[in-house]
Design a protein around this ligand. Sequence first.
Ligand code: ATP
Ligand code: MG
Length: 418
Amino acid sequence: MKACILAIGDEIVAGLTTDTNSGFLSQLLRGAGIDVVGYMSVADDETDILRALRRALDDADVVITTGGLGPTADDLTTACVARLANTPLDLHEPSLRAIEERFRSIGVEMPANNRKQALLPRNSEPIPNLSGTAPGFILTLSVDNGGRSVLTLPGVPREMKRMAEETVLPWLVQRAGGGAIVSRVFSTVGLSESRLDEMLAGCMTPSEGRLSFRAAFPRLQARASVTAPSAAEAEARLVLLEGRIRTRLGEHLYAVGDEGIEETVGRLLIESEQTLAVGESCTGGLIGHRVTDVPGSSAYFAGGVIAYSNEAKVSLLGVDPATIEREGAVSEATVMEMARGVRRALGATLGLATSGIAGPGGGSPEKPVGTVCIAVAWEGGEWARRYQLGSRSRSWVKEMTAQIALDRVRRHLAGLSQ
Ligand code: ATP
Ligand code: MG
């Protein structure tokens, strides 16, 4: 089977957006033994898109497009594919409901033009979009038209990748007569991408399965995919590989599946019937934000205090001014008192606190930018530690601190050593 990839968008042709989608898709397809004959890029122009689609369909059995599925007037991909196939657009009710639900969940009424995203060419198969609004679709042209297929994906890389891995790849593998492909995601913490790669190196041969990595800071994941004659066989082989991956990753693996560490922490809190309170200085509410992004977090999240100034640490969290005076606001001693204080103030079973120097200013030789202290306090115990994270950027330090802090709570709840 031969595939051609078509990136659609003015900003790509203008050189304002670098086309990373095509490279991602190419690697994914080649990994599954599908021959990628080439890439094309075109602007948001109906004539150009149609010409490119025709040419791509001359060269390949399947054409995968990215971009131009949005709700606005410059999003032309769906209309062009329908025109090429000489087929009308129908309203796809389940997709419309999914789009409406997505807006409802953020408390916004769906703008009328988003309805356009649920219009799909007749006889096409939708590609669900679980991370955004626009679904993609697969349309196989009539035999007169060559019997070849066009697969459309949105331009936003995060949405496109997930849809490509979860729907497009299995479809292509099956269509290529390669049976079924089954994959699983492993979410990790406390590793760099290269370290993760190293830890998993050689854990499967190319004939057993394929590993890919996805880094969307602060998330770092590995995905194992297995191709087999049937889904059941692929699944059975994947179970075997999962065992090996679990052993290799050990405590760095916080979840099998695509989830944030705040979701794992939430589950562990529910399981152990505990509640969490956070006292945040350098993370400025980021931990509270992430914890409350999880539906149902009211069951275990008591609340948080952003104690940014020394005065707030003293008056709201009961930190002893002498501790700050003696050790500094960024110290194990201060952050320990913050964790203890927020736990008491909010009546939670667990207190978590952060204090650090996010930069770019404020560092000193003893405490350079990226010095961060994290503490966890519970009934009858507490733990604190200082980290030197380095100084990539202010937001990086905040994100990293929140990630490590949530991991400390995970480790505590899972009974792992700190
Ligand atoms: P939307 O609903 O956001 O309009 P869309 O499917 O119409 O989605 P585009 O409008 O074409 O997609 O692109 C949305 C964004 O995705 C672009 O602004 C760009 O940042 C990114 N993007 C689009 N195409 C690519 C590509 N080929 N490589 C990398 N990023 C891309
Ligand atoms: Mg768009």
